[in-house]
Design a protein around this ligand. Structure first.
Ligand SMILES: [Zn+2]
Length: 141
């Protein structure tokens, strides 16, 4: 591998259940599956609402705001892309739309010593490799 090769993270592999999520990301929109019957949000996407068992579910854009539930700083990731990113913040963010509506993501634009449980964060869409956009989170401005 030459020094000019671009490293990619493990790329999303959309399937019929998750295509809407990645379509939203490509448009810089955070879209979560929501139950038409009871309003419950589901992430990761499922075919049945675990709150009311309805199968009528619709991708719904959310605010992109939430709080930092927890994080870690991986020091020995296996993947070459993530090895190239050390140190980075692997995090779980809880979206404001619903208690325990959580995404695994990275926190960016925040020094490690400034991270706090429950700190407000908001989504930011970053092209982490050519053509590869991921929904990451940064402290709310
Ligand atoms: Zn439901």
């Amino acid at each position: 591998m030459s020094g000019t090769d671009v490293l990619y993270p493990p790329l999303p592999q959309p399937d019929p259940l998750t295509q809407f999520f990645w379509d939203g990301v490509s448009e810089h929109r955070l879209v979560i599956l929501r139950c038409d019957a009871c309003g419950f949000y589901l992430h990761l996407p499922k075919v049945v609402c675990r709150n009311c068992l309805s199968t009528s579910l619709t991708p719904t854009e959310v605010s992109g705001r939430g709080i930092l539930s927890t994080w870690t700083i991986p020091m020995q990731p296996f993947d070459p892309y993530y090895q190239s990113q050390v140190p980075y913040v692997l995090a779980v963010v809880e979206l404001e739309e619903q208690p325990n509506l959580k995404l695994v993501t990275n926190i960016v634009d925040c020094a490690e010593e400034d991270l706090r449980i429950d700190m407000p964060v908001e989504v930011t869409f970053r092209e982490v490799a050519p053509g590869c956009i991921l929904p990451l989170f940064a402290p709310t401005a």
